[in-house]
Write a protein that binds this ligand. Sequence first.
Ligand SMILES: [Zn+2]
Length: 518
Amino acid sequence: MRIARVASRAQLGLAAPPVQVEVHLGGGLPTFSIVGLPTTAVRESKDRVRAALAIGKFEWPAGRITVNLSPADLPKDGCRYDLPIALGILVASEQLKVADERLAGCEFYGELGLAGELKPVRGVLLAAAHAARAGRNVVVPVGNLAEARLVSPAGSRCAATLLEVCEQLRARNGAARVDAIVEPAGAPASPSTTALDLVDVRGQSAPKRALLVAAAGAHSILLVGPPGTGKSMLAQRLPGLLPPLEADEALDVATIASVSLRGFEPRNFGQRPFRAPHHSASASAVIGGGPHARPGEVSLAHRGVLFLDELPEFNRAVLESLREPLETGMVAIARAALQVEYPARFQLVAAMNPCPCGYLGDVSGRCRCAPPVIARYRARISGPLLDRIDLRVEVASLPSEELLGDGTQAAAGMTSAAAARRVHDARHRQYRRAGKLNADLSGKEIQEYCRLERRSRMLLAQARERLNLSARAMHRALRVARTIVDLEMLDLENETGPDRTIGPAHLAEALQLRRAID
Ligand SMILES: [Zn+2]
């Protein structure tokens, strides 16, 4: 019996455990079986492998062919094993002669087309990152090279066909088709959310100011207002106010995208995600799941913005399932016998109409919604979810000239670049102080870092009584007030001076910024 072993990897959430593809050739009646818990997709690869070998003018070995994907207890999905299976058959039947250590130094990924061409597969970025850590090269389809090279620039090879892989393996000096590949056009050509400028949204100085505060402290925000007032426009501009992704954050974002249904676009590398699922989206689309336990919108929005327009229209189960990621920054997806976890640390921006018709409180006076109808509409968003939203802001249909004084007026004409600079500085201050952003401060940290002036303490006590604030609501107000002070510190001379305590004006603004729909 002749045996060949070819290395590859499975994908399990964001883990990429090694898989050994073993091909045994034996005597007896001709059979071809794949063992090791293959799904339908793996079984289908039999036909593709057979066709690709025929196209490549290779011989189909006589006798029993057994392919074992080990370890057997790993679930294996997808078509990524086509290439290692085909190579295993060629090596075992000695149609491809390649030194053992040469073969062992590489991992192989790729689906075979019926004409022997290699088609891109999902999750290559993740696999290549793990291979690089294990000191192995990867051989991937041409369409996957750009993502593989992000994590393994020196160790990524690509090929267009099965034949080309064989040629590369046979070549004495290991000449590989890596330099011949035309780089995907350098600059990101896609219209990105960073291209949208705050200054293009007319009026709305109060919501813009709220967006600045949200960006600076990573606070989640709910925008409440009639249709057509620019809630979506405002939400889309939040990524442009946030600092660029750190290198490891960018890799996390790319890795999640690479295992998602839509796959990863190399030209989007380094961009803050902005995800806006429709309110009809299913729980598995938003949270993740399906037969392959793919990441959902909450994970695709990791390190970026999740925008939920028409919040009350979302399925109740979807809204409830947001609580876990909002609390922990992770989601767990149970699938058959195993559980997969994905990171989901996103900034939530939600929008809703004030009532079912959308025009409650509008100057037109056209709203005829009865109070019980309005109450039912708002009750679709549960208290616990609402509790996790720090800022609740009204977006009126007319640019109202304003209640809040200087800070708000200045916000009306603010460019995204100017806002982003302030956000950057305010975040820097927060990291220096607490090692985290204000939205993530725990109850204990709030006591330590959100010190109040004496007059502010009195104001808070009054507000608590008058507005019937819960302990959670008070914490939210204090976190937001801290961010407001951090933004203000930037305008002061002594920027590196000690932290200021929260004054009555800061606290008043923070309380105001959570008033909508109370
Ligand atoms: Zn109405």
